[in-house]
Write a protein that binds this ligand. Sequence first.
Ligand SMILES: [Zn+2]
Length: 263
Amino acid sequence: MNYTTDFKSIRAEVSAQEWQARVDLAACYRLVDKYGMTDLIYNHITARIPGSKDHLLINLYGMLYKEITASSLVKIDIEGEIIWKPETDYGINKSGYVIHGAIHKARPDVACVLHTHTRAGIAVSAMKCGLLPLSQTAIRFVGHIGYHDYEGPAVDLDERERIVSDLGPHDALVMRNHGLLTCGATIQQAFNTMYQLELSCRSQVDAMAARTELVMPGENVLAHTAHLYQPGTRRPYGVLEWPAMLRLLEAEDRHSGYPPYWH
Ligand SMILES: [Zn+2]
């Protein structure tokens, strides 16, 4: 089997828009790895190719997130059918794409969908209380997060509809007994939201494990604060943060032994 991960650059073969989406999505995979949000080779981050009609990018199933490069990403249509992939025996995980496909189909405002199985995310997903407004970081999700009950690993067509309706207009979803999902108008924004949601979950697990009485701000403060932290209120997220994230990756990729994400 050809499971090598040294892919030739396809920069000259795709549009400038597609190449940019590939570079940003590959960087997003690396950042999710860097911040400890991976689960072996599992899960996906998908991104719509700007200027295309419902074409998306997804990872080859079997690669570590820290191995993913711009040229290794697979181009699929919204149903998950492969349009282009590099020469390799790796394919895509179609059943894993089902959740992403449902959201991309139902939410044209969404450019990127990110799903994780992290220790803290899974822990909070199993808590009856859900995500609590215990920190400034978590308060942004008050009234802006959905919950989807666990129905088993096989995602059928009915469940797709329930995932979409449980997500509603939000950019964050707690998948009960399973993990977390975020989406956004840009790759940068979906990553930023996932970073904040993951940090909120880690903080909640730590605070609850401390076995002391916890304080929470009053209702009036919560709604107002959540509003101020929405991407549309003051500024979109990811714009200021992303160049710094890329500088961080670039400096580290030089010494990592893995191909740079921008290849
Ligand atoms: Zn999952």
